[in-house]
Design a binder for this molecule. Structure first.
Ligand SMILES: Nc1ncnc2c1ncn2[C@@H]1O[C@H](COP(=O)(O)OP(=O)(O)OP(=O)(O)O)[C@@H](O)[C@H]1O
Ligand SMILES: [Mg+2]
Length: 276
């Protein structure tokens, strides 16, 4: 399963991505946590220490991926070395054995755009789907629709759009869904976050209904998330029994139970068959 996590700035993308990554790993999946935000904080939300986080370096395309031409002249992308070696070189193994890789990074003040990195992320996620089809790969994205317009998330099979019960966050959901359809992402869900009332639930569900998008689950507004963030700890280490963790845990179960559709819309087996 290749999951992209999108949504408005501050909606809770990284919180959901990091907590899900570890909860998938605890169920026996090989998990790849890819930070696609050039202002990265997936690693600290995952629970990596400050030293390990500081040593993470952006995964380059050169020396990591190459295009090979097959006997029928067809081109395909490959990793030039095993994923674990790539992780040893650029990334880190986080808590619960999650592989952490930083995929994007700014070039410096006034040093120009990072368009090429978006293409690299798209290709890397695609390649993981081919060479490690049973892994769960979770791509955290930046707060922008650019990862949609540049198709950075174009090779995920599942897109989670995290949404808060505020009009502007809902507007972002409304703009993201049609782009996800244009990219032909086969499984698109909304994730309601920071929910405090029945009104919040109803507002998000009605908005998602109008867009024809299923709400995968609801995460309550939870002081435990803010506390973990204040302490720079992973939510799972800080408050493992918190309502937010329980809600994200239920969403992991829901994803595992669902058939993962591929780009043709064909339902493949559910992810549950891939766990070790
Ligand atoms: N369910 C929740 N309850 C309370 N606070 C939350 C919840 N989810 C996220 N937060 C808080 O909201 C803020 C943003 O969360 P997070 O960093 O996960 O969002 P993001 O969408 O990844 O942000 P960005 O767009 O900057 O990448 C953080 O301070 C976090 O602690
Ligand atoms: Mg984030």
């Amino acid at each position: 399963m290749r999951i992209g996590v999108a949504g408005k700035g501050g909606a809770g993308k990284t919180t959901v991505a990091a907590t899900m990554a570890r909860l998938f790993a605890r169920r026996g999946f090989d998990v790849n946590a890819l930070d696609g935000d050039p202002n990265p904080n997936f690693a600290s939300a995952l629970g990596l220490g400050a030293g390990e986080t500081a040593r993470l370096t952006r995964v380059p395309r050169e020396g990591v991926m190459e295009e090979r031409i097959g006997p029928g002249d067809e081109a395909s992308l490959h990793l030039t070395r095993p994923l674990d070696e790539i992780v040893r070189t650029y990334g880190a193994i986080g808590p619960d054995g999650v592989r952490m890789l930083t995929m994007t990074g700014l070039l410096g003040a006034g040093k120009g755009c990072i368009c090429g990195q978006h293409g690299m992320v798209r290709e890397f996620v695609d390649t993981l789907g081919t060479v490690r089809p049973d892994d769960v790969t979770i791509l955290d994205t930046e707060a922008s629709l650019e990862h949609m317009s540049r198709a950075t998330v174009g090779t995920v099979d599942t897109l989670l759009i995290v949404v808060e019960p505020y009009f502007r966050a809902l507007q972002t959901l409304g703009r993201t869904v049609p782009l996800a359809r244009e990219l032909e992402i086969p499984n698109v869900y909304a994730v309601a976050n920071k929910v405090r009332s029945d009104w919040d639930t109803t507002t998000i569900r009605e908005y998602a209904d109008r867009l024809g998008v299923e709400v995968l689950g609801e995460v309550p507004y939870d002081e435990a998330v803010a506390k973990a963030d204040r302490e720079n700890r992973s939510l799972l280490d800080s408050e493992p029994g918190s309502p937010a963790v329980q809600a994200i845990d239920a969403m992991v179960d829901a994803l595992i139970a669902k058939p993962v559709r591929d780009a043709t819309g064909e339902a493949r087996t559910s992810a549950s068959t891939a766990a070790r």
